[in-house]
Design a protein around this ligand. Structure first.
Ligand SMILES: [Zn+2]
Length: 172
């Protein structure tokens, strides 16, 4: 059986809907002119297009060399370029490379993993956005909460200890 890479989880899967993540391309909204499931720069397999903005398309992708998930942004300004059948872009108006660079200048530097030009445009590889992991609230009780109970218990035990000889006297 031929195996494919799921466009969503980028793991090998026998067919869609993907049994690993449930993704079904027929049910998912398609991004027009996206370049899904292509190998870029000889090592990045593009998955599904996540969003199209006025400056480009971002994709889920797999770094085949490092075998890790990445995000790729393709510089593809709306109205300025068109996708050709071979995947490359043809420019209606000359591209401004500063525009492509500007798209990731807002990102922290350690997030950008790679950048290359291919298909007549520029691609930027990012570390995928990590799901926000909030630390669970600490459940350790504060001293002020358990101290009164401890003192009450101690007082109770002392009272019993003091009463024992008395009881012994009453019942010889
Ligand atoms: Zn999947």
């Amino acid at each position: 059986m031929e195996r494919i890479y799921c466009k969503n989880c980028l793991r090998e899967t026998p067919a869609y809907p993907c049994p690993l993540c449930g993704y079904d391309p027929e049910a998912a909204p398609a991004v027009s002119q996206a370049l899904e499931q292509c190998i870029l720069h000889g090592r990045y397999l593009t998955g599904r297009a996540l969003e199209k903005t006025p400056i480009g398309i971002s994709y889920k992708a797999l770094d085949l060399e490092e075998n890790r998930p990445v995000s790729i942004r393709e510089f593809f300004p709306a109205g300025q370029a068109q996708r050709q059948p071979d995947g490359s872009l043809s420019w209606l108006t000359p591209p401004h490379p500063e525009g492509a660079l500007g798209t990731h200048s807002q990102m922290p530097e350690d997030v950008v993993l790679d950048s290359f030009s291919e298909n007549n445009t520029i691609y930027t590889v990012f570390r995928p956005a990590a799901p926000s992991r909030k630390r669970p609230p600490q459940v350790r009780k504060k001293e002020s909460e358990w101290l009164p109970f401890l003192l009450a218990l101690l007082l109770f035990l002392l009272t019993i200890a003091a009463a024992l000889p008395l009881l012994a006297c009453l019942h010889p």
